[in-house]
Design a binder for this molecule. Sequence first.
Ligand SMILES: [Cu+2]
Length: 289
Amino acid sequence: MKRALILFALIILCPLLLKATDVEKELWINNGTSDIVDASGIPYTAFNESITFETANAFMHIGVGDTISFTIHNNDTLTHGFGIKDVAIDGGPYILEPGETISVEVEFDQFGAFIYYDDYNYPHYKMLGAAGVVYVSSVDHPFFYWNMKEYDKDWNDNTANGTYDLLENYNPVYFTINGLSNPETQDDPSSKIIGNVDDTLIVCMVNSGQMTHSLHLHGYHGTIMYSSKNESHEGREKDTFPIASMEVVVIYIVPDKPGIYPVHDHNLVATSGNGLYANGMFQIMEISE
Ligand SMILES: [Cu+2]
């Protein structure tokens, strides 16, 4: 009887407790250059939180049921677009001419992580770097995110100059996590996994590039809590997570021992940069007692 009463109270109270909020977010589409590894000079575009260009796209963490009111400025000389993978947006298509500002309201009613990106001239403008992450969760645990991209400099040079190469000619040799290539990744608190034994650590693994990336955890296993492509994979506990282009996987890791271990793309070409090893998609996991 007592259990039934508690259940009844929860059913009545839950919708009241989970109050959705409206989050305002202002983004600028900036144009710049990525100079990773060997002063590579890769033409780059990103969604940033100010008019200052950064290779890391803005990251957002909101609760389930929240709405983001985006104000987006096109600070570039090219036309750009705005879309979100796997999330329906009213109105649209959202296109921004150079110098234009638009408003877009999006409700996120599902747990997971979602890629917002430039869907204009797809995939070319997105491949200049313009794709970031919205993480949607009302659960409070330490979280980290890996927004993975790879780059073919000639391809991006041509895109920036108005020539759109075929994907069969795409030959990426640079690889980044949150816009950074190893060893710079190791100074990035948003992707370096730090925690304690028995913590629940959340990692959003997001592939906003064009090739598949397969993340390998050393030392620990993770459990898939959300997979944008394969719902049936949720609940699987593994140490390697293949993630296709524009796919997202959110994992929970509960470390069983202290230690320092690598996490990297199992496709080892992605742990190099223009043929130089060790660069690219490589990170450290540091677990204390
Ligand atoms: Cu490995």
